[in-house]
Design a protein around this ligand. Structure first.
Ligand code: 5RP
Length: 238
């Protein structure tokens, strides 16, 4: 048990180190996208400190959870309606590879996260060392679907080579902030993430999937207290 809690706290140290490194990209006057999850929460808390120290920014949160944390931190919030183009988004990921391709959606916010990332001039993914992988796919790929469609989409995802599972919270399906369901797809290894994305996107009833390809400019990976920045620039695919 003691070993377990030590391991958890080391991972948290790395999450925090990655988040702090990402905050060095923030400048006065920027409009920011705020990601969702425990790693992004370190960035939101750090940003809250910077705002209390006088930094002027405005931010679009990617989930209700992040919105309430950002509010509690005193971060000025805006919307995509008022600010459709963002300077920088900082978000976590479930997996990242060295081509800045990500799997996201473990926290269920992938749809808003992808919209906000696509509205951003620059997206930074912040991850602890366990998330950097040679091949994406060990983490089950989340696919967001319209509730009406899930019984139809599930076998179509199975036909792509996984054993998909409807995500649940207790006895009920998990419902996203946009009112949709999520199907988790354990593919094990993704040989061709772009090809898979192109097969999933057109399925009727699929709203979005958790593959972020060509959206992320830099992955900041923390290992212990040091960080590595993997830079891919825009359009990192193929
Ligand atoms: C939420 C996400 C998160 O970024 C991802 O799940 C990572 O979360 P954490 O930082 O808690 O490990 O995609 O939809």
């Amino acid at each position: 048990m003691a070993i377990m809690s030590e391991r958890v706290s080391l991972q948290d140290q790395e999450k925090k180190a990655a988040a702090e490194a990402a905050l060095s990209y923030v400048r006065e006057g920027m409009s920011l996208g705020l990601g969702t999850g425990s790693t992004a929460a370190f960035a939101v808390r750090g940003l809250g400190r910077m705002v209390r120290d006088g930094l002027k920014i405005r931010a679009v949160p990617t989930s209700r959870q992040t919105r309430s944390l950002a509010r509690a931190e005193g971060i000025p919030l805006t919307t995509l309606q008022d600010c459709p183009r963002l300077d920088l988004t900082i978000d976590g990921a479930d997996e990242a590879d060295r081509r800045c391709r990500l799997v996201k959606g473990g926290g269920g916010a992938l749809l808003r996260e992808k919209i906000v990332a696509s509205a951003s001039r620059r997206m930074l993914a912040i991850v602890d060392s366990s998330k950097l992988v040679e091949y994406l796919g060990a983490f089950p790929l989340p696919v967001e679907v319209v509730p009406f469609a899930w019984p139809v989409v599930l076998p179509r995802l199975a036909a792509l080579g996984c054993s998909p599972v409807l995500r649940r919270r207790g006895d009920e399906p998990f419902v996203t902030d946009e009112g949709n369901y999520i199907i988790d797809c354990p593919f094990k290894t993704l040989d061709d993430p772009s090809g898979l994305a192109a097969e999933i996107s057109p399925l009727a009833g699929v709203v979005e999937h958790g593959l972020f390809i060509g959206l992320c400019h830099e992955v900041i990976v923390a290992r212990g207290s040091s960080t590595e920045t993997i830079s891919c620039g825009p359009g990192n695919e193929p």
